[in-house]
Design a protein around this ligand. Sequence first.
Ligand SMILES: C[S@@+](CC[C@H](N)C(=O)[O-])C[C@H]1O[C@@H](n2cnc3c(N)ncnc32)[C@H](O)[C@@H]1O
Length: 231
Amino acid sequence: MERIPEPELMEEKDQVISYDEADFSEGEVKLINQINYYLLKKNISLGQKDLIVDLGCGPGNISEKLAIKWPNTEVVGIDGSKEMILRAEYKKSISTNQKRLQNLRYICSDIKEIKSNNFLLKKRISLLVSNSLIHHITKLEDFFNTIKSLSSNITVNFHKDLKRPLDEKSALELKAQCSSKYNETLTNDYYASLGASYTFKELKNFTLENDLSSLDVFEDGDNYLIVYGNV
Ligand SMILES: C[S@@+](CC[C@H](N)C(=O)[O-])C[C@H]1O[C@@H](n2cnc3c(N)ncnc32)[C@H](O)[C@@H]1O
């Protein structure tokens, strides 16, 4: 299946609301557990001196879970969509976990422009995370250049995303499964995202051809890909 890029930012209000109202908690908890597993494997425990950055944070589902899991560590969620950041801030303000989210803040910025933001200069990033972001990025080099410029030798990268289905038939089957759980706007967005996703080969080849082989690319089940490691 040929890749069909989709707009990078999710800026439409109904798109943002549909995304935010959907329950993705099962996958989100799995992601936090996966990150924890890899940090433990590397003998890394995050504390006050550390900084976690969640790129393309959307309404903050993952950012909030990171902030709760690592309560002593500063967490910054970044998204280029004003609507998404407004939603994330609002959710934080009404959260029953508000007291446990004091280590979390949000920044509205395109990920390709955050190199110039001063806030990052204050601390090096210990954990650089994204979930369902890579497929939004039109050119792979923009994604990899961003994580390269934000990473130092202490940064563990963990990026999870959809894997592009092999053919249209598989994409339509996944779309049908989605429509049984979620509304039409979200189902259409998901279908567009499947078409915009990268394949294992595209991500792996990019790392091999661009001196990024310290990053591991692997499949997570049938439908997801993970980019993990140091840059
Ligand atoms: C599918 S959502 C995922 C949200 C969140 N990570 C989660 O797992 O719930 C992708 C998000 O990435 C953001 N995004 C896409 N391209 C971006 C870019 N170039 N800079 C900043 N944010 C971007 C979109 O606006 C959207 O909020």
